[in-house]
Write a protein that binds this ligand. Structure first.
Ligand SMILES: [Zn+2]
Length: 66
């Protein structure tokens, strides 16, 4: 368990990927985080697209996803 939970739906124990994605797509300085479902809704994309993004960022070696 960690202290991060989705500010929108309240889902607890967000994954590193979800936290990284919030930082990458919303704000590097984000202090509130979204789960992948709420991020997808917020950004009007599908969760599959977000998962593809995560893989892309990892391949780029983005520090937020290590
Ligand atoms: Zn959520």
């Amino acid at each position: 368990m960690n202290k991060y939970k989705c500010v929108s739906c309240g889902k607890e124990n967000l994954s590193k990927d979800e936290i990284g994605l919030t930082k990458k797509l919303i704000s590097r300085d984000a202090t509130t985080f979204y789960c992948i479902d709420c991020l997808a809704e917020y950004l009007c994309v599908t969760t599959d697209e977000l998962r593809d993004k995560i893989e892309e960022f990892k391949e780029e070696g983005c520090a937020l996803f290590k």
